[in-house]
Design a protein around this ligand. Structure first.
Ligand code: GDP
Ligand code: MG
Length: 162
């Protein structure tokens, strides 16, 4: 079974940037599904001979109404479909209440969840991680999706059990 990785987090943390990086392999197959699934985007990639599927989502703020509620629903569906959840937060904006709200959901979810702190380019990693320990989702993992910083090492580790 090909492991499925869901990218979740509030809007603008860099989920789509990471999705594009993870599915850039030549055999990447990116498809947008119409209708109910329109806010989930699927792609394939491989690393070290292991294939994986990635699901990008529109984002979830933890306090949804109207169109945002539909977006959040897609994120919850993506989590259900996934073997692995990468919860992205933003080192530049720091921890905000919306992150806490999402973390509350993820903590009760049974899926293996990694706390990924994006946009660490130009920042000192150790101090950039400090405030995210409090989310209670384990060791925060610094990356920079747009630069590729630490991305391969992270995915290698994430895929290790598969
Ligand atoms: P999404 O809404 O979570 O899918 O976020 P996007 O992938 O659309 O990215 C939101 C913004 O953050 C864009 O302007 C990206 O260029 C920027 N961004 C994404 N990753 C990084 C990063 O690693 N470093 C920096 N500095 N900016 C980033
Ligand atoms: Mg996006």
């Amino acid at each position: 079974m090909t492991p499925v990785i869901a990218l979740v987090g509030r809007p603008n943390v860099g989920k789509s940037t990471l999705f594009n990086r993870l599915t850039r392999s030549r055999d990447a197959l990116v498809a947008d599904f119409p209708g109910l699934t329109r806010d989930r985007k699927y792609g394939n990639g491989q690393l070290g001979g292991k294939e994986y599927t990635v699901i990008d989502t529109g984002g979830i703020s933890g306090d949804e109404q109207g169109i945002d509620a539909a977006m959040a629903e897609q994120s919850l569906l993506a989590i259900d479909e996934a073997d692995i959840v990468l919860f992205l937060v933003d080192a530049r904006s720091g921890l905000i209440p919306a992150d806490e709200a999402i973390a509350n959901h993820l903590r009760v979810n049974q899926k293996k969840t990694w706390l990924v702190v994006n946009k660490t380019d130009g920042l000192e990693e150790h101090s950039a991680m400090a405030e995210f320990w409090g989310l209670g989702l384990g060791d925060p993992r610094p990356i920079a999706a747009s630069h590729g910083r630490n991305v391969t090492a992270l995915i290698d580790e994430v895929l290790a059990p598969f």
